[in-house]
Design a protein around this ligand. Structure first.
Ligand code: BGC
Length: 434
């Protein structure tokens, strides 16, 4: 399937969508069926699962004393060595897609020095996907960057555009023939989104970054999640465009998009600044996605937007482990909104819930996917649903406590155990229908 998709021209891939979609839906027969070729999968990100990403900016921050990170990532899920079993597990559940990220800090551990051995590692991962008939969707950057890049100021440094474009070009040249789909960035709009939260997350981050700068012998240390939103935006948009152009120049012919952190923005009251929030958080990136091959939407909950901030959860609404509302209907709302903003196909590149209560995960998935189906019936071009996450993993500053996985991981033995939600979603994938 990946090969078939890779051989399509961009025009074939992007064009003729509504007719093809309506036909495919009709051909699928059952009312709750999905179009033929719909992608079903689960996602991970390198730093959250691989383990021992010792050259990354995040590793430095996790090991400062004191630090705001709940615990270090350590061995994580040892996916770096166990990817073969994990990919087989994913395929065995009935999925046809695996979304994962390649780690820049492994591929370019020193500025301008590219590791052929690490690129070969990711070639083996891609080959394992093809062996199991999974379409690999590759994220070129999922938050973490090399230490040297951070020591130059990270995304706040205008030179970051050249640095990322060169890395993307090298990685695409080495891996492109095996890639099914790719995104340049995971949630590059996040710094702006975080600025709207009802609580301030910047407490302690300035001091931490100064401490990190000293630790790496620099006068600065840039980290994506704590970046100045305006400076990061100014550099990441051209970085996305340059990387996209590099990926499109071959080898391989695969669609390239960008995936955004999105919430169902709801106006809380007549003086809500919902529209301003949408413009500020999504505007420039939706425009960039519209000039790419697809938009990846990543949705977890809704946001009630007040006069100049989000209001936070509504009293009485169930909360997830992350402290936000259990709101699976957010996915449908975001897809419908996005369809009014872009004309390119969409994939749900992340959707999930942090919970210890797996029946609630099943309920969340069931309702979220029903929402995707409603969008398809309305003629919106959604081409895949990828769940976050394949397995319980390292949730950034929160450490290992939040449980987003379809599969649990014993962090002493690294043993994987399927949760009922894994079978539930795998069965949907297998049937290609609810
Ligand atoms: C990120 C993931 C993260 C997930 C759950 C997304 O914003 O892409 O890295 O683990 O949300 O919080």
């Amino acid at each position: 399937m990946a090969e078939a998709k890779a051989s399509l021209t961009r025009r074939q891939f992007v064009g003729g969508v509504s007719t093809a979609l309506a036909g495919a839906l009709a051909a699928s027969g059952a009312d709750a069926g999905f179009p033929r070729g719909f992608l079903w999968g689960a996602a991970t990100a390198a730093h959250q699962v691989e383990g021992n990403n010792v050259n990354s900016d995040e590793w430095v921050l996790e090991h400062l004393k004191p630090t705001i990170f709940a615990e270090p990532s350590g061995d994580a899920c040892d996916h770096y060595h166990r990817y073969g079993d994990d990919i087989a597990l994913l395929a065995g559940l009935g999925f046809n897609t695996y979304r994962f990220s390649i780690e820049w800090s492994r591929i370019e551990p020193e500025q301008g020095f590219f590791s052929r051995a690490e690129l070969e590692h990711y070639r083996r991962m891609l080959a394992a996907c093809h062996e199991h008939r999974l379409t690999p969707m590759v994220t070129f950057n999922h938050f973490t960057t090399p230490r040297w890049f951070a020591a130059l100021g990270g995304w706040e440094n205008p030179a970051s555009v050249d640095h990322f474009a060169r890395y993307a070009e090298r990685a695409a040249r080495h891996l492109g023939d095996l890639i099914g789909l790719a995104t340049t960035f995971n949630e590059p709009n996040l710094p702006r989104l975080l600025g709207w939260l009802s609580f301030d997350i910047s407490g302690g981050t300035g001091a931490l970054l100064q401490q990190a700068a000293r630790a790496v012998g620099s006068d600065r240390f840039g980290f994506f999640l704590f970046a100045d939103a305006e400076k990061a935006l100014a550099n990441m948009i051209p970085a996305h465009e340059r990387a996209l152009a590099a990926m499109k120049s071959g080898p391989g012919r695969f669609p390239v998009g960008v995936s955004l952190a999105m919430a169902d923005e709801q106006a809380a009251g007549p003086d809500s600044s919902r529209d301003e929030k949408r413009r500020s958080v999504y505007g420039a990136w939706l425009e960039a996605a519209g000039k790419s091959d697809f938009l990846g939407v990543q949705v977890y909950t809704r946001a009630r937007v007040g006069k100049d901030k989000d209001l936070g959860p509504e009293p009485g609404v169930e909360l997830t482990q992350m402290g936000y509302e259990f709101w699976p209907e957010a996915l449908e709302a975001v897809i419908r909104y996005s369809a009014t903003q872009v004309r390119v196909p969409m994939y749900v590149t992340e959707n999930g819930i942090g919970t210890e209560d797996d029946p609630r995960r099943i309920e969340y998935i069931r309702r979220a996917i029903a929402g995707v189906h409603n969008c398809l019936k309305a003629g919106i071009d959604v081409r895949g649903y990828i769940h976050w996450s394949l397995m319980d993993n390292y949730e950034w500053v929160f450490g290992y406590r939040p449980k987003f996985g379809l599969v649990s991981v014993d962090r002493q033995t690294q043993q994987r155990t399927l949760k009922p939600s894994a079978r539930f979603l795998g069965d949907i994938a297998r049937r290609n229908g609810l």
